[in-house]
Design a protein around this ligand. Structure first.
Ligand code: 13P
Length: 255
């Protein structure tokens, strides 16, 4: 972290894990342990089915609540999808967009992300745009090209003055769920690249206001070193966020 204006952001992506009871138990534990949310921002992204319950249980706490995906249209014949107004209607105020599992397992297209981001911002939902290269792309020297493509399509319809409401998550695909974490140098290089691209596209001040998270095998043992990297403004945690014993030490990292 280098910019004190950017509050550290710890986000838990629970993916298609946990059942209703375990989700609510985890939220209750977090609620009891979190302070006033003054010095760090914590948000959970449970399976969509449990969002309304989590909204009720987390009420009165600073825990942020987000969906793992959404459609860009407000309504229509899109079987299986959920829209921004539906999310807002039950108290959801954040969303993940373009997670690598959506891109690679469900073949979501780059250009959809720009529309989703636009829809989120238009409905006062705070988006986290996920970007990241595969191992093959990294090895063949395409990392910058991939990140640039994902950023430019994802932020195609976003205005400079909206960038403070946008978070970017750098999640190298090779580090997700593999136990292999990017070194602080690798994370630093990618984050600096992303910040430079934002600066070139939107200008110095908007780029400084945008938080960039690291995601991929974040654990209690590596969170502090990742958070000490300049330009790393927070973490997006998968596996280690599923249990209080591993997620609380991440939330409470010494920084
Ligand atoms: P892991 O922390 O399990 O590697 O998952 C990272 C991730 O995909 C968060 O969105």
């Amino acid at each position: 972290m280098t910019n004190p204006q950017r509050k550290p952001y710890i986000a838990a992506n629970w993916k298609m894990n946990l059942d209703r009871t375990r989700v609510l138990d985890l939220v209750k534990i977090l609620k009891a342990r979190l302070g006033d949310g003054e010095d760090r921002e914590v948000a959970v992204f449970p399976p969509a089915l449990f969002l309304a319950d989590v909204a009720a249980v987390s009420q009165g706490s600073p825990i942020g609540l987000g969906a793992q995906n959404m459609h860009w249209e407000e309504e229509g014949a899109y079987t299986g999808e959920i829209s921004a107004p539906m999310l807002r209607g039950i108290g959801v105020e954040r969303v993940l967009i373009g997670h690598s599992e959506r891109r690679h397992l469900f073949f979501e297209k780059d250009e959809w992300m720009g529309r989703k981001l636009r829809a989120a911002l238009s409905h006062s939902i705070l988006p986290i745009l996920c970007v990241g290269e595969t191992l093959e792309e990294r090895k063949s020297g395409q990392m910058e090209a991939v990140l640039t493509r994902q950023l430019s399509t994802g932020l195609e319809w976003t205005k400079a003055e909206e960038l403070s409401r946008v978070t970017v998550a750098y999640e190298p695909v090779w580090a997700i769920g593999t136990g292999e974490v990017a070194t602080p140098e690798q994370a630093g290089e990618a984050h600096a690249m992303i910040r430079a691209w934002l600066r070139g596209q939107f200008g110095e001040v908007p780029a400084e206001n945008c938080r960039i998270l690291y995601g991929g095998s974040v654990k209690p043992s590596n969170v502090a070193s990742l958070m000490s990297v300049p330009q790393v403004d927070g973490v997006l945690v998968g596996g280690a966020s599923l249990k209080a014993e591993t997620f609380l030490p991440i939330v409470e990292f010494d920084g």
